[in-house]
Design a protein around this ligand. Structure first.
Ligand code: G4P
Length: 529
């Protein structure tokens, strides 16, 4: 393959995730994106929670029962001359750790905002995470088929609360019952909206030019209002600037309705035209690995079990950073310093899995995991660096987990350790007793764990309350000091699923005292895999 072909393969990739507050329309947009990417024939397969049908990207039983997205799924599809990788993230905030790690694997994000509600909590939190890497953001103001807030006010709110400049690319003409379509500020075109077309790719109805008399014929008095408003908008808002966008300082904004399948295509066009090609990633050796480097490299950001009940295995999701995956190739798994031959990596098409013969930077591949792969693992063509920045967060809720049948202790431990490797939950084993403590970032994780222990490990477990307020991973430069600490603080120490030492504090006061008392020990809120 020529160098030019290789570069084309890399440069056509766009890898992104959708961030939003629950109910803003992420699932609906995902469905429309798949429709536009010709991955589903007819929208409606990814229907709402109440109708009893479920998103193609919602796999697990739990999700179906609860109508929430627990898992991260990966969808790849061609759009125009690009190849798009969309990483779905769990919407419920109890699964935010998963979401954070998924955001390390993308190069840009689509932020979906409910036009009637504006900026909501979860969006604020997620934007904070994207800020850690200055990820470029594209914004979609959704639900224009309902009465929304004043669009200029919405932009102002985004700028103020999320501290990012807005550059409207399209501008809405009316909303709710009077939603007529959008004006494309860059193309000088009016794209008219027709309701009731949400389930299919729409025939596009375009009028060229804001001053085209055809516009007056079609939308009557709205035309003059629009002309006035656009003048105002051009004066009051930022122009799109690609450099600022790439730096995460400015977001292009689109308006539309995901349910009505209107405007999602404009946003996808923006993504293909402007969103970054596969970006470099930092290593622990202080260098960046860029996509065009010939040697293969990638990192695992997620492990997931039983996505498909017919395949009862665990899949490690790897983001390729450089080089090329070829079926049957050898890779070095850096953490355990072992070369493995990978013959059966998978790509994901919203739950349908296919074997791939090759994959490129920006792509996500799935590796079958028989317990040797952990979140954060780096794979290379032979070098020994590690990619950095894939976090584990200290849990904020704790319960003691106990078996109904005490003979199954071994299965319970195995299940918990595996689920913690996946990042589904964290498990702590105190040094001083035989308790098993489960730590979670959100309360729903507890339910997921019990459910999965039952269905995947055949273990019936129940929780008991335990007096733990927080946990911190501890490290120390001096082996001797750490041993001393281990002795003195033993009753507060535990090992996590990966055998890392952690301090388990019954109260925040206790933690603060320990931090004061042992200045040579470092207490960490996050642990890098
Ligand atoms: P999420 O994944 O971000 O949580 O949101 P989701 O797409 O599930 O959408 C949440 C609700 O908002 C759904 O309604 C969905 O139909 C609706 N919705 C999404 N986009 C639009 C839009 O552009 N206009 C309007 N009017 N509604 C929209 P639901 O009542 O919760 O479920 P359903 O049974 O109606 O599907």
């Amino acid at each position: 393959m020529t160098d030019e072909k290789k570069l084309n393969e890399i440069n056509c990739r766009r890898t992104f995730a959708i961030i939003s507050h629950p109910d803003a329309g992420k699932t609906t947009i995902t469905e429309k994106v798949l429709l536009l990417g010709k991955q589903i024939q007819k929208a409606g397969t990814v229907k709402g929670k109440k109708s009893g049908q479920h998103a193609k990207s919602d796999w697990m039983e739990m999700e179906k029962e609860r109508g929430i997205s627990v898992t991260t799924s990966v969808m790849q599809f061609p759009y125009r001359d690009a190849l798009v990788n969309l990483l779905d993230t769990p919407g419920h905030e109890d699964f935010s750790e998963d979401t954070y790690r998924t955001l390390t694997a993308v190069d840009s994000c689509l932020m979906v905002i409910d036009g009637a509600k504006g900026v909501e909590d979860r969006t604020i939190k997620l934007m904070e995470v994207t800020r850690l890497r200055d990820t470029p953001i594209i914004t979609f103001m959704n639900k224009l088929d309902r009465d929304i807030r004043d669009p200029l006010e919405l932009l102002d709110e985004v700028e103020r609360i999320l501290n990012i400049m807005c550059a409207p690319i399209t501008w809405p003409i009316g909303s709710g019952k009077n939603f007529k379509g959008v004006y494309h500020l860059k193309d000088d075109q009016i794209i008219l909206y027709k309701s009731g077309q949400g389930h299919k790719i729409q025939d596009i109805d375009v009028i060229d030019g804001l001053n085209n008399p055809e516009l007056d014929k079609r939308i009557g008095s709205y035309a003059d209002d629009l002309r006035e408003e656009i003048e105002l908008v051009r004066g009051a808002s930022n122009e799109f600037d690609h450099e600022l966008f790439m730096a995460g300082e400015l977001t292009p904004v689109y308006f539309g309705t995901a349910l009505g399948n209107f405007g999602v295509d404009h946003m996808l066009d923006g993504l293909v035209d402007w969103a970054p090609k596969p970006l470099p990633r930092e290593t622990d050796q202080g260098r960046q690995v860029v996509a065009s480097e010939p040697e293969f490299s990638g990192f695992v950001f997620k492990i997931q079990a039983n996505m498909d009940p017919r395949h009862r295995d665990r899949i490690a999701f790897m983001r390729i950073v450089s080089g090329k995956y070829e079926k049957g190739m050898k890779m070095r798994q850096v953490r355990i310093n072992k070369d493995v031959r990978i013959a059966d990596a998978l790509t994901f098409l919203a739950g349908d899995r296919e074997h791939v013969d090759e994959a490129w930077p920006g792509d996500i591949i799935g590796l079958h995991n028989h317990g040797t792969i952990q979140i954060g693992d780096t794979f290379t063509g032979g070098e020994s660096f590690k990619f950095s920045g894939i976090p584990n967060f200290a849990p904020e809720m704790f319960r003691r987990i106990r078996l109904k049948d005490p003979l199954k202790q071994k299965q319970l431990l195995k299940g918990l350790v595996q689920l913690s490797e996946e990042g589904a939950v964290q498990v702590f084993r105190p040094l001083s007793n035989n308790d098993l403590i489960v730590g979670a970032v959100g309360v729903l994780q507890f339910d997921v764990v019990v459910h999965r222990l039952r269905s995947e490990y055949n273990v019936d477990a129940i929780y008991e309350n335990i007096n733990v307020a927080t946990a911190r991973w501890v490290t120390c430069d001096s082996e001797r000091k750490l041993d001393e600490f281990r002795l003195k603080a033993e009753s507060n120490l535990a090992l996590d699923g990966g055998d890392n030492l952690a301090y388990i504090a019954p109260t925040m006061v206790n933690l603060n005292l320990a931090i004061e008392r042992y200045p040579e020990i470092e207490f960490h809120h996050t642990r890098e895999h």
